[in-house]
Write a protein that binds this ligand. Sequence first.
Ligand code: PLP
Length: 639
Amino acid sequence: MSKTEGPPEGWSPARSTALYQIAGWGEPYFSINAQGHVEVRPDPRLERRIDLFDLVQDLEARGLNLPLLIRFSDILADRIRRLNEAFAKAISEYNYDGTYQGVYPVKVNQQRHVVEEIVEFGRPWNYGLEAGSKPELLIALAASQDPGGLIICNGYKDENYIETAILAKGFDKTVIIVLERIEELDIAFKASEKLGIRPTLGVRAKLTAKGIGRWADSAGDRAKFGLTATEIVEVIDRLQAKGMLDCLQLLHFHIGSQISSIRPIKTALREATHIFVELARMGAPMKYFDVGGGLAVDYDGSKTDFHASRNYDIQEYASDVVSAVHEACKDANVTPPTLVSESGRAIVAHQSCLVFEVVGVSEVPIVEPELPGPGSNKILRDLYEAFTGVTSQNVQEAWHDASQAKEEAFTLFKLGYLSMRERAEAERLFWACCGKFLNIVRRLQTVPEELQDLEKVMAAIFYCNFSVFQSAPDSWAIDQLFPIMPIHRLDEEPTRRGTIADLTCDSDGCIDHFIDVQDVKNVLELHPYDPTKPYYLGLFLNGAYQEILGDLHNLFGDTNCVHVQLGREGYHVAHVVKGDSITEVLHYVQYNPESMVESVRRQAERALRNGQISLAQVRLLMRHYEDSLTAYTYLARNE
Ligand SMILES: *Cc1c(COP(=O)(O)O)cnc(C)c1O
């Protein structure tokens, strides 16, 4: 591509900061330093920073190959602190006569080291855990060693789940069983009779108020979860009949995840606080008001109600919850409850980023065209004319001429009037035109609609050593946007525009939607690729949901993962979780690698006997086969 005219003052890290919106989505943890590298400030209370590029090189030197998931424990601690401090501030501002006791929903990231860190960092605030299934309850019971935090049991439950929860309440924990379906009440009655322990119960209300965006249907009359008003009244009556109304202490609702606008949150709070005071009036000793999850993350940094963003911050959220409950309880003369939120995404999204490497680029070939010879086809001369004659005034017309000439060239070829060489020349001329048009279009104030796609048509494909399905499944499944950018060379102008393709042989294994201030970009600004030097990209804010939803498409397994903690000086690697080896992923799909080796060896021996392969070749084949079994599933860099 002929080079874009550089800006007069040259490129700078500050221009990269603006281009990649890092101040919007990265604050206060990620920024760009004077070397043009992404820099991490894991604990915003301290000045200490980690150069992400240097860190990756350091980790690679320890044999931790890319793709690499890096977790910053101090960011996780900061997220928990922020949420708790926001509620504390709101509680004191409103003189609210109750406390906040959040729980972390285990489903958002169940990795042991993450959950253990959450329990540790949350201890000062009695931060608890939320389970959405039986396996998650088992995690919650094992992970919360001290009785401080709540354990909230959501999800569909069987006898075993409910009995386990009731028994755990029996020793020292505050375990609350939230009824999601009316049938669970019968199971709870039976279990409590059998065990002689009274359960602490909650009800999940099916609100009329709906969320927004992708998860809007988590609430509303036809929602999958929760009890209708009729069912809640039935729960009250049946509890009363059994003399167990004192067991009902919590109201729960959840209107979906990534609620990008504060409006539906306020509406839901209004409805839920009414249900709460009604429950109290009907005689239940209501102690907890649980607002569920939904606190959103600003993935694109735009601070709008766009689905990848949010138009409010944690403080506004906390203040709205506190004030709504405060008002409702004051008006109804009901004791203010302990406030509970189940914020997952907002706690764990920021703490991790994936770093991966570009392994190759496919670009539209652009060469300076030569004047077609005297006897050449008119089509070629037309294309050449479009190339030489284009100006910023007539670019749209030149685009029409060039596109038409290209179409005609293909028709002539099909009819046998154009040779293969002439067709190739037409293609080269057309791409040369597009390159020149694009340079003009990029400098226009307003771009005619039909030329807006030129950027996408001309985009390079950057092939990268990772799997979208394993590391960013929501990018594929629900078009979720994550901030993606180079982690170095940010003092250099990114003159290329590209999309990202992963290693899988699946055309869906690509990323062609990127964050933008306005809407969404189809191409990402990247640097010219030099195969002799590493070029690292980072995918940020991927700590929520991605790891567990990730799959083994093409048998690309879990990536290597490290936990980095700030030390007294610099940082240290607290845990290394090695990614899957090929043997491990083969076991997941029921292969036995030993018998696979045997099978290949037998075939090689046969080929050797038949003289199809030499002894040295057999040895090399078996060595590659056996070495690969213990290797990482991703590409290894050539040494
Ligand atoms: C998924 C879920 C959460 C977490 O939601 P976030 O949007 O990640 O905060 C909380 N509570 C329940 C019941 C959930 O299903």
